[in-house]
Design a protein around this ligand. Structure first.
Ligand code: HEC
Ligand code: HEC
Ligand code: HEC
Ligand code: HEC
Ligand code: HEC
Length: 216
């Protein structure tokens, strides 16, 4: 058998192996590093399955219900929270009360157990985030979550990476809006920088870039 191969082919084979190892070895390190930066990993295009097909378009868009009617913790606590079933029943005891799509909501309500929604926006556990301060200082929901009022199923509107947080923390004036417009999905400033600078002063907004702001 050995006569079929010249001795040099052995060397070439080894060199090819080394080349492959370098390629794949490098891939093993660089691959995940690139992967975590892609929209695929950041799950920006995949709507997540939910126990009830809750559609923000019908509630926020058509009905014009304010975000805070359901996410009522958002101004007071770190978490925006998902509404308890009793909030749904405020309306759905009367309207669409026979709808099969709402069967799991009625069952959960009468069995007195919560609906377990799957989280869409999720930071790693070593990051501290707080909704109430953002809302208080004039950062709109749409700035971080995108056009929720146009989503049949909630998707991640922004990547939620550290770089993304810092872009705003370094220069919040590029994004600030009046407090009474935080839940408005379509508010457009005439001149963002002008209004942003004025609000920054008026609300005493700080630029917060020290690591302990978000890693405590
Ligand atoms: C303030 C009133 C109100 C509240 C609160 C409310 N809904 Fe609705 N919901 C509506 C209205 C109005 C419609 C019909 C919208 C349409 O068809 O355009 C609707 C439609 C729906 C539908 C579609 C029903 C079908 O058969 O097509 C689902 C599912 C639903 N709501 C789920 C929920 C859930 C879950 C909650 C609680 C988290 C909730 N809703 C809270 C007013 C409300
Ligand atoms: C009628 C109640 C209701 C209203 C009004 C409402 N939401 Fe929701 N929202 C829900 C429910 C229920 C869920 C959980 C199911 C889901 O993800 O679709 C949710 C989920 C979300 C999520 C995703 C949570 C996660 O897992 O990351 C965001 C972001 C959100 N809502 C933002 C908003 C914004 C912004 C508004 C106002 C423009 C708003 N919601 C108005 C009921 C409501
Ligand atoms: C500065 C960016 C930012 C703003 C402004 C913001 N959110 Fe969020 N939201 C986030 C992040 C980040 C998460 C994920 C938090 C986590 O995993 O700890 C989140 C999570 C949520 C959730 C899931 C439940 C929870 O509390 O984790 C809901 C619902 C939600 N946001 C609704 C809202 C609504 C409604 C508004 C406007 C009143 C709003 N958000 C404004 C960044 C923001
Ligand atoms: C669009 C602008 C914007 C984005 C995006 C944003 N922030 Fe903020 N953040 C602010 C503003 C404005 C404040 C209020 C600063 C002040 O005046 O104290 C703030 C305050 C905070 C605070 C409170 C600081 C304290 O000491 O009380 C934390 C924590 C925080 N942000 C975390 C985050 C994290 C984590 C992200 C990314 C997931 C993020 N923020 C994204 C604008 C933003
Ligand atoms: C405004 C909020 C914010 C501030 C300020 C901040 N971080 Fe982060 N950091 C995050 C978020 C959000 C993540 C998770 C998402 C990601 O990995 O990009 C993160 C992730 C990380 C990670 C995990 C590795 C990685 O790249 O995924 C390290 C390490 C880190 N931060 C270190 C720091 C250091 C050091 C500082 C100060 C110079 C700092 N952070 C300041 C929000 C912040």
């Amino acid at each position: 058998m050995s006569s079929l191969f010249k001795p040099s082919s052995n060397t070439r084979f080894r060199m090819a192996l080394v080349a492959l190892a370098v390629l794949f070895g490098g891939g093993l390190i660089a691959g995940p590093m690139i992967y975590v930066r892609t929209p695929y990993y950041q799950q920006m295009q995949d709507p997540i399955d939910q126990p009830v097909q809750f559609d923000h378009r019908h509630h926020v868009g058509d009905e014009g219900i304010d975000c805070r009617y359901c996410h009522y913790l958002v101004e007071k606590s770190p978490n925006a929270g998902v509404p308890p079933t009793s909030v749904c029943l405020n309306c759905h005891a009367q309207i669409w009360n026979k709808s099969p799509k709402l069967a799991p909501v009625r069952e959960a309500y009468f069995a007195d157990r919560p609906i377990v929604w799957n989280k869409v926006n999720k930071l790693p556990h070593f990051v501290y985030f707080n909704h109430s301060i953002h809302v208080k200082q004039g950062v709109g929901c749409v700035t971080c979550h995108g056009r929720i009022d146009e989503m049949p199923a909630v998707e991640k509107g922004e990547p939620l990476t550290m770089g993304w947080c810092l872009d705003c923390h370094r220069a919040p004036e590029k994004f600030l809006r009046p407090r009474d417009q935080v839940t408005n999905m379509t508010w457009k400033p005439k001149d963002q920088l002008e209004i942003g600078r004025a609000l920054k002063e008026q609300y005493h907004v700080q630029t917060r870039v020290s690591c302990t702001t978000c890693h405590r």
